[in-house]
Write a protein that binds this ligand. Sequence first.
Ligand code: COA
Length: 415
Amino acid sequence: MSKALDGVRILDFTHVQSGPTCTQLLAWFGADVIKVERAGEGDATRGQLRDIPDVDSLYFTMLNHNKRSVTLNTKKPMGKEVLNTLIKQCDVLVENFAPGALDRMGFTWERIQELNPRMVVASIKGFGPGPYADCKVYENVAQCAGGSASTTGFDDGPPVVTGAQIGDSGTGLHLALGIVTALYQRVGTGRGQRVTVAMQDAVLNLCRVKLRDQQRLERTGVMKEYPQYPDGKFGDAVPRAGNASGGGQPGWILKCKGWENDPNAYIYFITQAPVWGAICKVIGKEEWITDPDYATPVARLPRLMSIFGTIEEWTKTKTKFEAMDILNKFDIPCGPILSMKEIAAEESLRQTGTVVEVEHPTRGKYLTVGNPIKLSDSVSEVKRSPLLGEHTNEVLRQLNYSDDQIAALRAEGVI
Ligand code: COA
C-alpha cells in the first residue's frame, strides 16, 4: 500500500522534542526524513535521561522513528557543499535551532530559495517577533508564556505545568500541518514558502478557551462554572480552576475505592445536563431530579462542589473501572485516571497501533507511542529510530557521491 507522503523528502535539522515530533509524524505518513546531526554528538537527546549506558535514550528513540540519520558538519565548507546538494534535492527543510542559527550557518531564506525555489522551510522558535524573539525556549517556558501555567492548578497554589507536552509536541503538530498545507499550495504555485510556528503561539492556541474566559470575566466579574463560585473571590485575571471541566458541562475528579493507597484511584465525572436524572438515580439521590435547587443546570451552579462531594460518596464505593461500567450504561460521561503503567498494558491501544513494541539493535525491545492519526489508505508502520550516522553513506551515494568522495569527507571530519 502506498503512503500519503510517499516521494516527499524532508531535510530534518530538528533536535530535542518540538521539531522531531513534527518530522516523525511526516515520516509515519511516508515521507523520507533525513535527519542531519553533528558527528560524534548528534541530537543532544540521544544522551539525555539514559536508562541504559551508551545506548540511545528512550527520549530520542521515541521521537525519531522512521527517519534516516546522516552526520554532517554544516559549518565546514565541504559540509556546506553537501548541504547545498541536500537542499536542491529535498522538498522541505525543518529546523528548530535557536533564533538565527540557520542564518549564521549561511543558509538564509534567500540563499535556500536560490538553491531550490520549491523548498518549504519550516521553523519552530520559542517566540514570534517581539521582545522575546531571540530567546531560547524549552517546553515549560512555552507553557508559562502561552497562558497554560497561569490557568493550571488549584486556586490556593502556584501555577502548574502540565505533563502533556503542549509546548514541544503541541508545536510540532502545528508545524506538521503548516508543512503539508504549504506542500498542497505548492502543487498550484510551484513555489515553496516559509512556515513558522512560535511555541508561545501554539500553547496559546491550545489555551484559547482561557482567553475566552478572560473576556467573560472582564464583562461579568464571575464565572459560574469555576470552583471559586459562589464563595471565593475572582480577581482581574482568569484564575486556576482545579479540575473544573472548562466547558459548559461541569466536571471534577473524584476519589474511587482504594484512593487511600493508590494515587490513581480516581475518576473524572461529568454532570452532563441530559443525564442528570440518571446520575441522581445511580447515586441514590432521586429527590434531586425534581428539587428546584438541583433540577436545572443553572440551579446547580452555585452548589457544584457540594454536589460533587455527594457523588464522591458513591464513587468511593466503586473502583474506577466499576464506576466506568456502571456510569457508561447510562451514557454518563466519565473517565478513569489511568496511570502510564495501565496505559502501557492496555490491550486495545496495542491493537490500534497507538502503543507499539519496537525492536532496537542496541536497546532491545521498547514501548513507544505510534501514530495517533489513522488514515484508512496510508498505514503507519513504526520503524525504530536510526543510530547516529547510520545512513550517512547510503544518503551520500543517493546524492551521487563516490566512495572516494565519501572517504575524503570522513577524513576531513565533515561526516
Ligand atoms: N553542524 C554544525 N553545526 C551545527 C549542526 C551541524 N550539523 N547542527 C547544529 N549546529 C550548531 C548550530 O548552528 C548552532 O550554532 P551557532 O550557535 O554557532 O549558531 C549550535 O549548533 C547550537 O544550536 P542551538 O539551536 O542554539 O542549540 P542549543 O542546544 O544551544 O539550544 C534550544 C537548544 C532548544 C534551546 C534552541 O535550539 C531553541 O531555542 N530552539 C527553538 C525553540 C525550540 O524548538 N525549543 C524546544 C526544543 S524541544
